[in-house]
Write a protein that binds this ligand. Structure first.
Ligand SMILES: Nc1ncnc2c1ncn2[C@@H]1O[C@H](COP(=O)(O)OP(=O)(O)OP(=O)(O)O)[C@@H](O)[C@H]1O
Length: 389
């Protein structure tokens, strides 16, 4: 029985292709009402994981569920999951509206639903145009429209920002936030952290099929302490004051009198300088650079050696690693009636792509409980696709 939660659970999932360990012991959870980013460089195992979640690939070990069930056991998958794995597979001569109507008919939905989702993704004006003439960004939107047909509870998108121009990316960001804000679940993959950083609540970073980080972005930032750069009238007096306060991670910078201090806020340093009687001429907090951390966590995937200026890939301390679920025997899903089929886009039916999630790590704040709300209400309405949309 489905639990109706909208929760995605990936539990000790592994997949081996011959000698390639595409996915190794991956675990995470995606809660309704949240957006989870599934990140990793090319070949990290994202698509394989999403395909296992969507019942398109049989895991070597472990299992993945949506609403407490393997995808192939969902009674009406199109109403539960909307998935886009690749924005391809459209008949080139078929209009966007006709493409969608093939699926409304298959799903027993009214034709009008095709127009509704075209409006939702900003393709209303292009509904009569052939999909073959669409830009990559427009194809992304049409694939998303297809996934939305069944008004799904869960969205699983593989690299949905590919081909979108900056306006399209901003729109997608708002759309996904809104979708999750209505109590639904979003799992979105990308190989670029910056692309989805502003959209996601939590992140699962994988490299070579293994989890490198699973948790909230702030927790990831917290793994690397920021520093404060300070220029004081009397650096020696400030250094003494900082040491006196137990701050020993102080180093000179290449810039004259400036010091780099780790483990303190700018405010603390300002107070200590005041007490030491030295003026401050310049003060700046430097936050850890997420993109750099992402590269560091995933570097060496191909060469096995760190790139110049990068650290070797590092496994995070245990408290930052995903919690393991109790081992459960994987139950292979029974094949559904033709769905999902690769390349068969439809609301909730996987379209060549894959999602995934993770278990809350320590300190992870549970997102609000699932709230079923009328679909689309409050979702950003797109007036049209811009540029390369
Ligand atoms: N059907 C397959 N047969 C053999 N190897 C495969 C198969 N599918 C994937 N792989 C291998 O598994 C590994 C993970 O591939 P996967 O496509 O899941 O990575 P990815 O993170 O989605 O990469 P990208 O961002 O480039 O799509 C790669 O080494 C890939 O070559």
């Amino acid at each position: 029985m489905q639990d109706g939660s909208g929760r995605i659970v990936v539990n000790n999932l592994s997949k081996t292709f011959g000698r390639v360990n595409a996915v190794q012991n991956l675990s995470f959870q995606v809660e309704p009402g949240s957006v989870t980013g599934f990140l990793g460089p090319n070949g990290a195992g994202k698509t394989t994981t999403l395909r296992m979640l969507l019942g398109l690939v049989t895991p070597t070990a472990g299992h993945a569920t949506i609403n407490g069930q393997p995808f192939n056991h969902l009674g009406n998958p199109g109403r539960v999951v909307g998935a886009v794995l690749e924005a391809q597979g459209f008949h080139p001569k078929r209009s966007a509206r006709d493409h969608l109507r093939v699926y409304t008919a298959a799903m027993g939905l009214p034709d009008q639903r095709a127009d509704e989702v075209l409006h939702l993704v900003g393709l209303r004006e292009a509904s009569h145009r052939s999909a073959g003439a669409f830009s990559l960004g427009m194809k992304q939107r049409l694939a998303l429209a297809t996934a939305l047909l069944g008004d799904p509870q869960v969205l699983v998108l593989d690299e949905p920002a590919n081909g979108l121009d900056p306006e399209g990316i901003a729109w997608l960001r708002g759309f996904l936030r809104s979708f999750a804000g209505s109590g639904r679940t979003v799992l979105v993959s990308s190989h670029l952290l910056a692309e989805i950083e502003q959209t996601i609540d939590q992140v699962v970073i994988i490299s070579r099929g293994q989890t490198m980080f699973y948790g909230k972005l702030d927790d990831l930032r917290g793994t690397q302490q920021g520093q404060v750069l300070v220029e004081a009238g009397n650096p020696e007096a400030l250094t003494n004051a900082l040491r006196g306060a137990g701050l020993t991670n102080i180093s000179p910078t290449q810039h004259g009198n400036r010091l780099a201090v780790t483990g303190a806020t700018a405010r603390q340093i300002g107070d200590l300088a005041f007490q030491a009687g030295t003026p401050i001429y310049w003060l700046q907090e430097e936050r850890a650079d997420l993109e750099q951390m992402f590269f560091r966590l995933t570097s060496g995937q191909y060469s096995g050696a760190p790139l110049p200026g990068q650290q070797p890939p590092q496994q995070l301390p245990p408290q930052q690693m995903p919690q393991q679920m109790p081992p459960q025997q994987y139950q292979q899903g029974t094949p559904s009636g033709g769905f999902p089929q690769q390349g068969t886009p439809s609301g909730g039916f996987p379209q060549q792509g894959t999602p995934s999630g993770g278990f809350p790590q320590q300190g992870y704040q549970q997102p609000p409980p699932p709230q079923q709300q009328p679909p689309q209400q409050g979702w950003p309405q797109q007036g049209g696709w811009g540029g390369n949309a």
